[in-house]
Design a protein around this ligand. Structure first.
Ligand code: SF4
Ligand code: SF4
Length: 319
């Protein structure tokens, strides 16, 4: 069964939690920006950080959420009678959901042929995830790819992550972990045996600024990065570039200085601001905190790339 089929089969129903399952936001096949080769990318729900520039706000909470897309609504009204809590209305023809009434049961999603409603977060077991990922084994073989787990924070539930990574490894699948690094070492350390590489975010080198922008200090993130490097697990450092927030030359240089001190660093990915996540904030009725922030010029991005390279680090601009 594909992930799309799985979503249809489970509808919005929140199947009960088990120790070997976690809420999945999406599974995307044949991605090329999430580590070497072609990779299946799994996004999990739940994150310890709340970055003000987060482009996947639906990944932050640990519960399923209802995404609402009024622009897709054809105003058929089919969703209104099926809603058990009377949360849906069409005032002036505009699809409106009263979130204080909605219990995210998903009954409205099941009847909406226009896909104007969506449950974000479907519980999947390790067995189901491995089955899904194995479908592209041939692609991994010929592209030297594999699976990358991301989110949200893929290590948010370290016991689940450890068992999932073990299961992938048992099938001979190359494993990447895209992490914010805010994970207790006690939970992170056992996973290292089953991780081929990390994509490791460094969002700001100043602990106070980091806390202001993400909700947590960077102390654990940086100490974990050093400890992982000491175990010689390959690290792809990722810097989200947000104009005026973390892109000062001083901060870029401090990040480069830190990165070149990590023995296992493979490259530094710079990830310039985009506004592709705005529609997702809208769908959750949340304010997009950095609306209106200007995008980078090509020259500005290249200037930052040159700074990174001046530290002897390979630098890749990621879309
Ligand atoms: S079922 Fe879908 S298209 Fe019809 S009114 Fe509800 S949200 Fe709109
Ligand atoms: S998900 Fe929310 S809005 Fe949709 S039917 Fe269930 S309670 Fe109503």
């Amino acid at each position: 069964m594909s992930f799309a089929d799985w979503k249809i089969k489970t509808g919005g129903a929140q199947t009960p939690a088990h120790g070997d399952s976690r809420l999945v936001l999406s599974i995307t096949r044949m991605t090329i920006h999430n580590g070497p080769g072609m990779r299946t990318l799994i996004l999990f729900k739940g994150c310890p950080l709340h970055c003000i520039w987060c482009s996947t706000p639906e990944s932050q909470k640990t519960k399923p959420e209802l995404g609402v897309y009024p622009m897709k609504c054809i105003r058929c009204g089919d969703c209104i009678p099926v809603c058990p809590t009377k949360a849906i209305s069409l005032p002036d023809g505009k699809l409106t959901v009263n979130r204080s009434l909605c219990n995210v049961c998903g009954k409205c999603v099941d009847v909406c042929n226009a896909k104007a409603l969506e449950i974000m977060g479907h519980r999947m077991t390790i067995t189901q995830l491995v089955t899904e990922v194995k479908k592209d084994e041939i692609v991994y073989k010929y592209s030297h790819g594999g699976v990358t787990i991301s989110g949200g924070e893929p290590l948010f539930d370290t016991e689940f992550a450890l068992n999932l990574l073990k299961a992938f490894k048992a099938e001979g699948i190359n494993t990447g972990v895209d992490t914010c690094g805010e994970v207790p070492w006690k939970g992170l350390e056992p996973t290292l045996l089953y991780v081929d590489f990390f994509l490791w975010d460094i969002k700001h080198m100043d602990p106070e600024q980091h806390k202001k922008l993400t909700g947590v200090s960077n102390k654990l993130i940086l100490s974990n990065a050093k400890a992982v490097a000491a175990r010689n697990v390959p690290l792809y450092i990722r810097i989200p570039l947000i104009p005026g927030y973390n892109d000062s030359e001083e901060n870029i240089r401090a990040t480069c200085e830190f990165s070149r001190g990590l023995a296992s660093v493979v490259q530094v990915d710079i990830m310039p601001l985009h506004h592709l996540g705005k529609a997702r904030y809208d769908s959750l009725d949340r304010m997009y905190p950095i609306a209106g922030l200007a995008l980078y010029s090509d020259e500005a991005i290249l200037g930052i790339k040159h700074i990174v390279e001046s530290y002897g680090l390979k630098c890749v601009i990621q879309a």
